[in-house]
Ligand binder design. Sequence first.
Ligand code: ZN
Length: 200
Amino acid sequence: MTYPTEKKYPITQDYGITETTKLRGEEIYSFFDKKHPGIDIALPIGTPVYASLGGIVVSIEYHRGMGKVLRIRTGNLLHIYGHLDSFNKDFGDIVEEGELIARSGDTVSWTAPHLHFEIRDLSVWEVQERPFKPEFKDGLPVQYKKEFEYVCNHNEAIIDLAIKYYGREEGKNQLLENNSFLRDIHSHKPLEIGTKVLII
Ligand SMILES: [Zn+2]
């Protein structure tokens, strides 16, 4: 897993419970039991940001906690790049490790310009337990799995899962290919709670 910037800019807030998360107790931290779920890298606005792992761009949005944010899925892993200035990729794009994805910024940040980088294991059931400490070394993180099973727990249709895990509607083709039982279900009809869907 590659460092998301060319130069190794300093980490100003590490993963886990730090002085800042103790002091601030922001809503986002309390959700993660006062843990900072990622790392903050201090850098000038406009610094190129590169994909730490190859994967699919599954979301690009303006988030009230992380500003302009881009998320990439690699198997069961979701890596998140926050407080960006601009995006170089689109929904559903396939990116290589080390590819330019965005420029860093200062959107919805309470401190100096920085990149919030976070990685989560989507195969873990409890959302709060998903983030883990990123380690930048050769190869994939030990948590990586090529595929994982998603268990529907609220009203989600095939189309919702396509957008959530493949970034665009066309992702439904992959879902149908890997889950033949879905072929008889209308793509906009909510799936039954407890339905297990293989995500690759
Ligand atoms: Zn952060």
